[in-house]
Design a protein around this ligand. Structure first.
Ligand code: SAM
Ligand code: SF4
Length: 446
């Protein structure tokens, strides 16, 4: 233990998330665990006795951020103390031994499948550094305390791990093989969330549509939709190969399932998709989207893209630009290919130079930005509900999400976080839409 007095029990914790939504979910659950131990959350790492750095290993920079944070945290504070430092998440899983050597100040190293043991590891760390990067057979979810969420919208991890082995990706190595949580456990957790005031649940998984916990994902969504008080259901991230007919039908039939789908294609060239081991082609991907749009014509689509995968030519890259235009994405995330040691693509010939990756990323992001703005503009004139999630920048403003996951600015006296407000979309910006509440427009009470 590295706080001033090793006999003192730590009282305040801070968990910092570096990664995807699943990483955010894990951070929240670690917070629940530490709260159950009698600790309280601190807003800043400077006020905490225990700082958990919940890392992401997807791209190289993510690991570097861990080391720079450790460097800051290990500096003694004004009173000579420093917090207990926990390295958690996928970097801890993949590079636990390296962290132990490179960053001796770290007190606990814990992987994403073992963090339910965090309280015991903190106890052990009072004597010596504690490491747990097992992939235990007993799922951590059974060992976690009840959730304490207070937000209007909450994540629910339903599936973890991945067996797909895309040649660029570390997830199968850091999160282990694909496993699904039993549907009954998830329905219980969801009911608990709704009882705490949650209105929207986003089902999470590295391959969420490969879910098979007694029901398939469509079946789970239908069961969740029967929970009174739950207004909205979303899910992410899906793999194009697992977009089956039942799930597409659910988009047509389940009103609570929001008309938004994050379905990463990664690249527009079927040749590159094959080298990525994606198990879908440009054509099969577009065919799935056509089916989805037939089932739910207003569905908004988003995706992930990697530019500069080994061997990507200018012609391949242009196919990525054309697929963005063809799909008319509402939003998309784009990344430069990052070499991940131990993955097949790391040793492929024809690695693309950094300056070419930079230039392609800029061109791709410009096209994505145009398409996002075009999507937002296309929604002007629509009437929809917005789930209010947080305060806006100006007094009286609240920010929420439309069904199409656009950030919406709402000004409605008396409205509060957690309310579902009916609005008309009246303006579009690149990353948000402007709205007028229907009750204001029609002069009725809120
Ligand atoms: N399972 C999801 C799928 O198949 O699309 C993706 C999950 S992954 C955590 C999130 C995104 O990170 C991927 O969609 C991909 O675009 C990006 N990514 C993964 N490995 C990468 C790498 N080595 N370099 C750059 N981006 C990467
Ligand atoms: Fe990574 Fe591919 Fe699995 Fe997605 S499907 S998590 S990109 S290996």
């Amino acid at each position: 233990m590295s706080t001033n007095d090793p006999t003192q029990t730590p009282k305040r914790f801070h968990v910092k998330s570096f990664g995807c939504q699943m990483n955010v979910y894990d951070s929240e659950r670690m917070g629940d665990l530490l709260s159950a131990e009698g600790m309280t959350a601190a807003d800043s790492p400077d006020d905490a006795d225990v700082v958990v750095l919940n890392t992401c290993h997807i791209r190289e920079k993510a690991a570097e951020k861990l080391y720079s944070d450790i460097g800051r945290l290990r500096q003694p504070r004004a009173d000579g103390s420093r917090p207990t430092i926990v390295a958690a998440g996928c970097v801890a899983q993949a590079e636990g031994a390296e962290i132990a050597v490179r960053a001796p100040a770290v007190d606990v190293i814990v992987g994403p499948l073992a963090y339910h043991r965090l309280p015991q590891l903190l106890e052990q760390a009072r004597q010596q550094r504690a490491i747990d990067i097992d992939m235990p057979p007993v799922p951590k979810f059974d060992a976690l305390p009840a959730r304490k969420v207070t937000q209007a919208s909450a994540f629910l991890t339903v599936q973890e791990g991945c067996d797909k082995f895309c040649t660029f990706c570390v997830v199968p190595y850091t999160r282990g093989p694909e496993t699904s949580r039993p549907a009954a456990d998830l329905l219980r957790e969801a009911e608990g969330l709704v009882a705490r005031g949650v209105k929207e649940i986003t089902l999470l998984g590295q391959n969420v549509n490969a879910y098979h916990g007694g029901l398939n994902l469509a079946g789970l969504i239908r069961e969740l939709a029967a929970i009174d008080g739950l207004a909205r259901i979303r899910y992410t991230t899906s793999h194009p190969r697992d977009m089956d007919d039942d799930l597409i039908r659910a988009h047509a039939e389940v009103d609570k399932l929001m008309p938004y789908l994050h379905l990463p294609v990664q690249a527009g060239s079927s040749r590159i998709l094959k080298a990525m081991n994606r198990a879908h082609t440009r054509e099969s991907y577009l065919a799935s989207l056509a089916q989805l749009r037939a089932a739910r014509p207003d569905i908004a689509l988003s995706g992930d893209f990697i530019v500069g995968f080994p061997g990507e030519t200018e012609a391949d890259f242009e196919e990525t630009l054309t697929i963005v235009r063809e799909v008319r994405y509402a939003a998309a995330f784009s990344f430069k290919y990052s070499v991940r040691p131990g993955t097949p693509a790391a040793t492929m010939a024809d690695q693309v130079p950094e300056d070419v990756k930079d230039e392609r990323l800029q061109r791709l992001q410009a096209v994505i930005a145009e398409e996002s703005l075009a999507f937002n503009r296309s929604t002007i004139g629509r009437r929809c509900t917005v789930l209010l999630e947080r305060p806006g920048r100006k007094p009286g403003q609240l920010i929420g999400k439309t069904p199409w996951l656009q950030s919406a600015i709402v000004s409605l006296p008396g409205a509060k976080i957690g309310d579902l407000v009916e609005v008309d979309i009246v303006g579009a910006m690149p990353n948000s839409v402007e709205t007028v509440p229907v009750s204001t427009r029609e002069g009725t009470a809120a």
